[in-house]
Every structure is written in structure tokens, then in C-alpha cells.
Ligand binder design. Structure first.
Ligand code: NAP
Length: 340
């Protein structure tokens, strides 16, 4: 799913030109259109649909003079292809969990922790390349909403998720196990939310991140929705907050003007009493639709703030966020030569 989003979002991109595709061994050696069942709205760009799928070989990166590698690999593979690509000079922007917890690898949400990108300068394992990661998809929505309100002092966060089927990859769980059903378990998801949020909201200290000490208590469920993870979030703050203060604070998360995939408003607050909804709000965002997190149902009780947030799991929670990070790296001269 994320691989197809990359293809869709990189079509006609002003900084990056998609020139090589890797796939699993069973599909390689064939044209993309012969082997891949396009799952996204619209059609696959014609030029891409004719491209060949290749077995992963880092030598091909050199042969094609490729600098940037976008990865949407399962985290369970035995072969560490992202590391191989970075060792060969590739600037790797990854969606998999394989390197998220490495000390010198940042987990990026550009509007939230842009300064963490500098960590790649200390990735001594790679003479010219580097690895940068995206958070897990529900973590993206949670952390984007927590970042602006951290000024009120976050003590504890209770989060319940309603996660879309596309978050499980294609083909994902069978229709018979999901239609008319909710599954209150997603393997390793709750652990990922707790660990990754602390790292993203942490501060750089030397050449590592000092994690934020926020207690996060997640409960994750898979629901029969195609796209968009809905999150019910209750935050215990150090200070009291009113609904209007919360609304203004969410809306204050600043954009990154000049980066092609940056939405004008990273968070969009909805006033309607029954929003956000996956069907209506999953494509919120200017420039690239699906890059903004929608927030609604804001309520407060003293120092407890409650709200719902919706994140497009394959765009802000996946390919779109990785491309935005790469755009930032491009502007900071981490791409197109050394590591800055
Ligand atoms: N889905 C989301 O919303 C989401 C959001 C954020 C992060 N992620 C993460 O992103 C990664 C991809 O997720 P997904 O949902 O896109 O999964 P997916 O739909 O199952 O796609 C996985 C892709 O990896 C390819 N692949 C498997 N083995 C390979 C190999 N040995 N060499 C090259 N390619 C190989 C597959 O190619 P074939 O088609 O040829 O088998 C497929 O295209 C995972 O780590 C996931 O946790 C997913």
C-alpha cells in the first residue's frame, strides 16, 4: 500500500524523479502493470506502469546514479536491504520499523522534530548514505496532536485507536474476518506508539535523542474501514486548559513553507459535533491531500483534554511524511552529495 502511495505522490515531483523500482523476487523481471494490482484512487501513472520491477541489488543504485531511496518494506525481512542501500551511499527514507529504534536514526515528523534530522550526521556506519525513518502510522497522528499542546505539560496520555484495513498492507486481513467486526489487537502496535512518541517528542542531546518522559497508555483495534486511522485521545496535563485554548493551540502547529508536500495547516480543527470521520476527512490537506491531521470533539475537564484525531495512514502516516522529510533533507543539503 505504501509503495503505491510513493509512486502516486512522486509522479511529477519537483525534487525527485522516480527512476528505479524494486520488488520481491516473485514479481521482479516483469513490468509493474503486469504484476501489481493498483489499489489507490485513479490509475497508476502510465510511465511507471511500464517500468520493470527489479530484485533488490545496491549495485543498481550506483549504475543508475540514484541518491534517494524510499522504502516500504515489511519489517520482518531477514535481509537488511535498507542498511545495504545506505552502505552504498543511498539516502534511505524508510517506513519500516527495522531501524526506528537505532540510537542515531531519527524518527521524523518534519513539522514536529525537524532538528532531529541532524542526527544523520553521526551515522558513522555509512560513509555517504544514511537512514531516516517515519513513525508508525497511528503514532504520526498522535504525536502531531501532542506536539503543540506539550506547552501545557503532558503527564499521561490514554489513546484508543480505530485503525483502517489499509494499515495492515495489501491484501491485509480477509473480508470474512473483518466485515461487521472489530479486532481489538494489532501486533506490536501499542508498544510502537509508546516508544516512538517518546523519541519524537524528545530533545537532541549530543548525538542522541533524550526521550520525553510521557506515560502513554494505548489500546489498538482494527476496524472495517478502508483508509484513515481514527484516534480517541485523553491527555492529562499539568495545567488547566479550555476548549478554545486547545483549539487555538492545535491550530498553531506551524507549516513548512517552501516544501512541496507541506500542508498550509498541518492540523485542521473541525467544529462539527460528529467529525472527524474517515470517509469525510481522510483527504484533508492542501498541496497533498491527506497530509493534514483532522481534530474534533474537543472537550476539557480541568486539566484533562479529550479529542478525536484522524490521520491518513498511507499518506501522513506513510509515504507523504517520508517524502516531506526527504524534501526537508534536500533543502538542508543532506541530499545531492554528502551528509551535510
Ligand atoms: N500500510 C500503512 O498504512 C503503513 C503506514 C506506515 C508504515 N507502514 C509500514 O510500511 C511497510 C510497508 O507496508 P505496506 O502496508 O505497504 O505493506 P504491503 O502492502 O504488504 O507491501 C509490502 C511491499 O514490500 C514488498 N516486498 C516484500 N518482500 C520484498 C523483498 N524481499 N524485496 C523487495 N520488496 C519486497 C512487497 O512486494 P511484492 O508485492 O512483490 O510482494 C510489497 O510491495 C511496513 O513496514 C509497514 O509496517 C505501513
Amino acid at each position: 500500500m505504501v509503495g503505491q502511495r510513493f509512486i502516486q505522490l512522486l509522479d511529477d515531483h519537483p525534487f525527485f524523479d522516480l527512476s528505479l523500482l524494486f520488488s520481491s523476487e516473485r514479481k521482479s523481471g516483469n513490468q509493474f502493470r503486469e504484476m501489481v494490482d493498483w489499489q489507490l484512487e485513479g490509475t497508476c501513472p502510465d510511465r511507471i506502469s511500464r517500468m520493470m520491477l527489479n530484485d533488490f541489488d545496491p549495485e543498481l543504485l550506483k549504475e543508475h546514479d540514484i541518491d534517494v531511496v524510499f522504502s516500504a518494506l515489511p519489517g520482518s525481512l531477514l535481509r537488511d536491504m535498507e542498511k545495504e542501500a545506505a552502505l552504498d551511499g543511498g539516502k534511505v527514507f524508510s517506513n519500516s520499523a527495522s531501524h526506528r529504534y537505532d540510537r542515531d536514526v531519527p524518527i521524523m515528523i518534519p513539522e514536529v522534530n525537524g532538528e532531529h534530522l541532524g542526527l544523520i550526521s553521526s551515522q558513522d556506519t555509512f560513509p555517504a548514505g544514511f537512514i531516516v525513518t517515519n513513525p508508525n502510522c497511528s503514532t504520526s497522528g498522535l504525536v502531531m496532536s501532542l506536539a503543540p499542546i506539550s506547552q501545557f505539560g503532558i503527564k499521561k496520555v490514554y489513546i484508543s485507536t480505530y485503525q483502517a484495513l489499509s494499515g495492515a498492507g495489501y491484501p491485509g486481513p480477509s473480508s470474512l474476518s473483518m466485515l461487521g467486526n472489530i479486532v481489538p489487537f494489532i501486533r506490536k502496535e501499542e508498544e510502537k506508539i509508546s516508544i516512538e512518541s517518546g523519541k519524537i517528542l524528545g530533545k537532541i542531546s549530543g548525538n542522541k535523542v533524550e526521550e520525553a518522559s510521557i506515560k502513554i497508555i494505548p489500546s489498538c483495534a482494527r476496524v472495517p474501514v478502508k483508509d484513515g486511522h481514527l484516534l480517541s485521545i485523553n491527555v492529562e496535563l499539568e495545567k488547566e486548559i479550555t476548549p478554545q485554548e486547545a483549539k487555538d493551540t492545535f491550530s498553531s502547529l506551524r507549516s513548512l513553507p517552501g516544501l512541496p508536500s507541506a500542508p498550509a495547516h498541518p492540523i485542521v480543527v473541525l467544529d462539527e459535533e460528529d467529525r472527524p470521520q474517515p470517509l469525510k476527512d481522510v483527504s484533508t490537506g492542501s498541496s497533498v491531500k491527506g497530509m493534514s491531521v483532522s481534530i474534533g470533539r474537543i472537550r476539557t475537564d480541568g486539566n484533562v483534554l479529550s479529542y478525536f484525531a484522524l490521520v491518513n495512514n498511507t499518506i501522513r502516516g506513510g509515504a507523504g511524511n517520508a517524502i516531506l522529510t526527504a524534501e526537508m533533507a534536500h533543502e538542508m543539503n543532506f541530499i545531492g552529495g554528502g551528509r551535510g
